[in-house]
Design a protein around this ligand. Structure first.
Ligand code: TRP
Ligand code: SF4
Length: 384
């Protein structure tokens, strides 16, 4: 009897427990992105794909989900004002994983969005133990310089440090604390600390403050994120509703993109240099990382000729797919030649190296010019 009820209880727990755990501070690969649709109410991005197919991440399904993107689509199509907001985590070198968000910022700027970008230095300080000086250095020399080199127009961007901004933002962040309970935060984040609470409320203020009267009032806001940031998005959308009578805020929209795997097959992480290629890596270092990268190839050349490779499991293919080959036909050729065994990993890596070296060379020249622009921008805006 006891066994049976335990069994039933276990079943119930299993059914009611979400299969996918999302924790923004301890994020592991989400194995099945489709779970996010049913478990968390993220919508499929499919219906916008053809309209925005000029964007590689959208065209290739890398951006796979959304909340309330319809109002952003409407703003783009009808040239209405809208905001794109994101925060950078100043915790390491700027690599190809970060490039995904940077490219999206540039994309929305071209689509007419008013761009709001902050350096999440308070979060870096409170949750990751990074000093404000180092965070500042990283935000400027790694992130801003790369953003500009990738095409961001800084002079049309609202950039700020979470630790150094304007009064209405801080007032609003503090007011947000009124309509959230400790139990609620525990429910969303599990293990919560004062530093995390401050970081979470600051992030909600980041996303919502462009809609305050001081910043021009309510408007659609798009926040492109990796699925790890969804807890923040859900809380921020709830807060927008709870402050309806005081601020008439629109719920922010979000898109969700897949993560690139690290070059060794695990997580791509700033704290593990073997897992990523930085956009400021020297060619020699980049070549070595590609040569050592985990592929979807077979144990021997003969086997590969016989059975073909598995590009879906290949981190070299990831680089080509996410970043290095924009032409769909060219990419498709590699995919098919890999599958059929016509292409072997040695050749394929050599090709990847070739494109990578050209990209880095061009990009690093742009970074040199960008450094001057970033410095001009910072002194013009009283940051140094
Ligand atoms: N928490 C984000 C991260 O870990 C950084 C961040 C701060 C952010 N404010 C934001 C992201 C606003 C999106 C929108 O990377
Ligand atoms: Fe990856 Fe290329 Fe090897 Fe295929 S041939 S598994 S795409 S490296």
């Amino acid at each position: 009897m006891i066994f049976i009820s335990l069994f039933v209880l276990f079943k119930i727990i299993k059914i009611t427990m979400p299969k996918t755990k999302i924790d923004p501070w301890d994020f592991h690969d989400i194995e099945d992105y489709r779970n996010l649709f049913s478990e968390f109410g993220i919508g499929s991005f499919e219906k916008f794909r053809s309209k925005l197919s000029m964007n590689r991440y959208i065209r290739r399904g890398i951006i796979f989900g959304h909340r309330d993107f319809d109002r952003i689509m409407d703003a783009i199509e009808n040239k209405k004002p809208f905001v794109m907001m994101t925060g950078l985590m100043p915790s390491g070198r700027f690599h190809f994983g970060h490039k995904m968000v940077a490219d999206q910022i540039v994309f929305y700027q071209k689509m007419g969005a008013d761009i709001f970008v902050c350096s999440a230095d308070i979060e870096a300080y409170c949750v990751r133990g990074i000093s404000l000086e180092i965070a500042r250095e990283i935000a400027i020399n790694e992130y801003l310089v790369n953003y500009v080199a990738l095409g961001l127009n800084l002079n049309k961007t609202n950039f700020w440090f979470q630790s150094n901004y304007v009064v209405p933002y801080y007032r609003f962040r503090d007011m947000l604390s009124k309509r959230v309970t400790l139990n609620e935060l525990k429910g969303i984040y599990g293990d919560i600390s004062p530093g995390k609470i401050i970081s979470v409320l600051t992030q909600s203020a980041d996303i919502l403050h462009p809609q305050l009267e001081e910043f021009g009032g309510p408007k659609p806001t798009i926040v492109p994120v990796g699925a790890d940031q969804d807890p923040h998005i859900r809380l921020t959308r709830d807060l927008a509703i709870r402050f309806q009578s005081e601020f008439r805020l629109m719920q922010p929209s979000a898109t969700y993109h897949k993560f690139m795997r690290g070059l060794q097959g695990g997580k791509m992480s700033s704290s593990d240099p073997k897992s990523y290629i930085a956009l400021s890596d020297k060619p020699k270092g980049a070549i070595k990382k590609i040569m050592n990268a985990k592929t979807g190839g077979r144990a021997t050349v003969d086997e590969q000729r016989d059975m073909g490779g598995v590009p879906e499991r290949c981190t070299v293919y990831d680089l080509l797919f996410y970043h290095l080959i924009d032409n769909d036909k060219e990419l498709m050729n590699i995919y098919e030649e890999c599958k059929s065994g016509e292409l072997i990993c040695g050749e394929c890596k050599a090709k990847c190296v070739d494109i990578m070296i050209k990209f880095l060379d061009k990009h690093q020249k742009r970074m040199e010019k960008a450094k001057t622009l970033v410095n001009e921008y910072l002194s013009k805006n009283g940051y140094n």
